[in-house]
Design a binder for this molecule. Structure first.
Ligand SMILES: NC(=O)c1ccc[n+]([C@@H]2O[C@H](COP(=O)([O-])OP(=O)(O)OC[C@H]3O[C@@H](n4cnc5c(N)ncnc54)[C@H](OP(=O)(O)O)[C@@H]3O)[C@@H](O)[C@H]2O)c1
Length: 303
């Protein structure tokens, strides 16, 4: 089976490549803009691919003829999308059009990564059958892309997920867990939102869900997140407790006080029963995930 990953330098993309390269039955094609930023570069093919370039996309899909595409690439900075809606449309919608057009007439299984932000946050935790109502430019772009995928005529899956935490090769990329840990270690004050509830997701769990979706050829929408939904400030508090760090640097702030450019849904979180049933999804608890993060950080230090 040949699987092509888009956005292989991203948080999820990296984990997917590292996991798939070890599977002898899968030929992995990692694609991203510019150079390959992964430390390990063997046992997979790397191909430079800017998804906004329709010709490049068509050429790559015709060259590799993947049985499955896991499309993780996106413009993921929600406030940047709000400020630059045209760029957001290009990165989050046009790229999907280019990929789907290149696959047209094939039987390629298209797996699309989407977000809890397609919901308005008034009645989470959400299940797959709940009706989306996106609040921001980013969220609207992801929902528009979902519709392109469902109307594509290809076998498709949509995996919606929620704040991903992870240790990656790319030290520039942060996430709520590493941001909290690093800030508290350096004695830096942080303000963390009290009234937005999320189900934090370990990147390894999400990567495994993507791979199971591909291997089982499971189609439809799947909600993939950690099992527990909690205020974002609780994530930071639990990070502090786990790593034995001082919580005095964590300061609460409400969504209204923070006043970010893009509107966020207040309470999301997912009901993940369908993924458990159909994909064998079994996510780690937050503390189990933090233990994995800790181990990975220790291993990185040894390198
Ligand atoms: N992270 C979260 O908490 C979260 C939550 C909900 C849903 N999601 C969804 O999950 C998916 C994966 O998220 P992530 O956190 O792994 O994202 P990420 O770390 O921001 O990675 C996205 C990758 O997409 C690449 N990319 C953007 N435009 C591209 C283009 N035109 N051509 C090729 N590559 C392009 C970026 O390349 P560069 O590195 O070169 O910029 C980046 O490496 C996304 O679809 C996102 O919408 C994420």
């Amino acid at each position: 089976m040949k699987i092509l990953i888009t956005g292989s330098n991203g948080l999820l993309g990296q984990k997917l490549v590292y996991s798939l390269r070890l599977n002898k039955d899968i030929e992995t094609i990692a694609t991203a803009r510019g150079e390959n930023r992964l430390t390990i570069k063997d046992q997979y093919i790397y191909h430079v691919l800017d998804l906004t370039n329709k010709d490049e996309v068509t050429k790559a899909i015709h060259q590799f003829k993947p049985d499955c595409i896991i499309h993780t690439a996106a413009m993921t900075n929600v406030d940047a999308c709000e400020r630059e809606p045209a760029e957001c449309e290009l990165q989050n919608i046009e790229t999907v059009k280019n990929l789907l057009a290149a696959c047209k007439g094939s039987n390629c299984h298209f797996i699309f990564l989407s977000t809890d932000f397609v919901f308005d946050g008034t009645s989470g935790p959400y299940q797959e059958t709940d009706i989306p109502n996106p609040l921001s430019v980013y969220a609207k772009s992801k929902l528009a892309a979902e519709h392109l995928v469902t109307d594509s005529g290809l076998p498709w899956s949509i995996l919606r997920t929620i704040i991903i935490y992870v240790v990656t090769d790319d030290v520039q990329r942060s996430n709520v867990v590493l941001w909290t840990k690093n800030s508290l270690e350096q004695g830096k004050d942080i303000t963390v939102i009290t009234d937005q509830l999320r189900g934090p997701t370990l990147a390894e769990d999400l990567a495994e869900a993507c791979i199971q979706t591909a291997l089982r050829k499971a189609q439809g929408i799947f909600h993939i997140s950690g099992e527990e939904t909690m205020p974002i400030i609780e994530v930071s508090n639990r990070v502090a407790d786990f790593f034995g760090l001082d919580k005095k640097y964590i300061h609460p702030i409400s969504t209204a006080e923070l006043n970010q450019p893009a509107a966020r849904p207040l309470k999301t979180g997912f009901i993940i029963d369908k993924a458990k049933r159909e994909l064998g999804y079994a996510p780690h608890t937050l503390e189990e995930g933090l233990a994995i993060v800790k181990r990975q950080l220790e291993e990185k230090k040894k390198l």
